[in-house]
Design a protein around this ligand. Structure first.
Ligand SMILES: Cc1ncc(COP(=O)(O)O)c(C=O)c1O
Length: 370
């Protein structure tokens, strides 16, 4: 029986044979030997072998073509978070950050000049950017005033939409999307559109994850990252979770050797039991600082609204016409003003740092005078 992915995949991807890298051929054929002369690598990395105490002695070799070890570790982490097994048909691949996952999904399921994605701003900018860069149209259905989904308006667009990109907890608003709305949308989109939930910030509200819905809705794709709660933005590792019917197409477009060995090694440590425990403790501390900061800000007359946050940032609306982003810059504090989005115009998004950093931001705002 053909799946929604079979129906949506453009002809070029349907007939694409994955690039046959040396590692992929060796893994697929099971061929092995004592001399590996198949990838035009050097046989040793003698000139750098003493860097890092010799631990990098294998860096002369290309990495695994799809790093299975960290995907398996990530599956264990998801199942721990879920307190249950992932559905048997759910597959996980490691990618170079959640951003690469977004790009892969657009390039796998949208044909330039032909297909459309749908986004619900204010939201993360990369969905539209990736679509624009690939000449794919973007339908826009803004979030409601509550920053929740306008489900009826999205439903009207589904017949023309290949992929719906949602973000929960959402950047830049910080809130979690209602699960009922998501389920309503998943029901309505079963035969028309893939639904992506970007869960980059999920560790700050783990009980809200959509992963448990993947067993019922094979057209649901979940994106994750080690860049946020795990604190590993520099290593560029994220994960894409999808049903095998969807992954069989996405994996054709994955770069030959996507994850560099040093990144895979660090990711494996982060996903060990000890790494996960540390991440959880760090997340708890961050939430304490965030909640202190929100309470402190709410006492300031210049603050109009502090939006609920299930993330490691807060979105703040200030009274009056002053550009608080510029004011903070004048104090040496670099925050973010959300891009041209009328519903958050004049707001400032502030990442949560250490308690000392947040005290400094609070003091700067307290001493603001027009
Ligand atoms: C919602 C969302 N998705 C994805 C990303 C990108 O994550 P990564 O660093 O894993 O590419 C970000 C980064 O800010 C984000 O806010």
């Amino acid at each position: 029986m053909s799946s929604l992915a079979d129906k949506l995949v453009p002809p070029a991807v349907e007939k694409l044979i994955p690039y046959q890298s040396a590692r992929r051929i060796a893994r697929q054929t099971g061929n092995t030997g004592h001399l590996w002369l198949n990838a035009n690598e050097l046989e040793s990395c003698c000139q750098y072998g003493d860097i890092d105490g010799g631990k990098n002695a294998h860096y002369n070799r290309y990495p695994d073509f799809l790093p299975h070890d960290i995907a398996a570790d990530y599956q264990r982490y998801c199942e721990q978070q879920l307190d249950g097994a992932l559905s048997l048909s759910t597959e996980i691949i490691a990618v170079r950050g959640a951003d690469e996952a977004i790009d892969l999904i657009v390039r796998t399921f949208c044909q330039p000049g032909h297909d459309q994605i749908l986004i619900c701003p204010p939201t993360y900018g990369m969905y539209e950017f990736c679509a624009d860069a690939f000449a794919v149209n973007t339908a826009i259905v803004p979030l409601l005033d509550t920053f929740q989904l306008n489900v009826d308006a999205i439903k009207k667009q589904l017949p023309q939409t290949s992929v719906v990109f949602l973000c929960s907890p959402n950047n830049p608003t910080g809130n979690v999307l209602h699960q009922n709305d998501l389920m309503d949308l998943l029901e309505a989109s079963k035969n028309t559109s893939l639904v992506v939930v970007d869960e980059a910030y999920i560790e700050f509200a783990p009980h809200t994850s959509a992963v448990h819905l993947m067993a019922t809705y094979p057209h649901l794709i979940v994106i994750r990252t080690l860049s946020k709660a795990f604190g590993l933005a520099a290593i560029r590792v994220g994960f894409l979770l999808a049903d095998s019917s969807v992954m069989s197409y996405i994996s054709r477009l994955v770069a030959p050797y996507p994850i560099a060995d040093p990144s895979a090694e660090i990711a494996q440590k982060a996903l060990s039991e000890r790494g996960i425990l540390q991440m959880n403790q760090q997340t708890e501390r961050l939430i304490e600082v965030r909640d202190w900061f929100i309470e402190a800000l709410s006492s300031l007359p210049i603050v109009q609204t502090i939006y609920d946050s299930s993330t490691n940032f807060v979105l703040v609306r200030f009274r009056g016409q002053t550009n608080m982003y510029d004011y903070l810059i004048s104090q040496g504090i670099v925050a973010r003003s959300p891009a041209n989005e009328s519903s958050v115009e004049g707001c400032v998004r502030i990442s949560i740092g250490s308690k000392a950093s947040m005290v400094e931001v609070f003091e700067a705002l307290k001493h603001f005078t027009e």
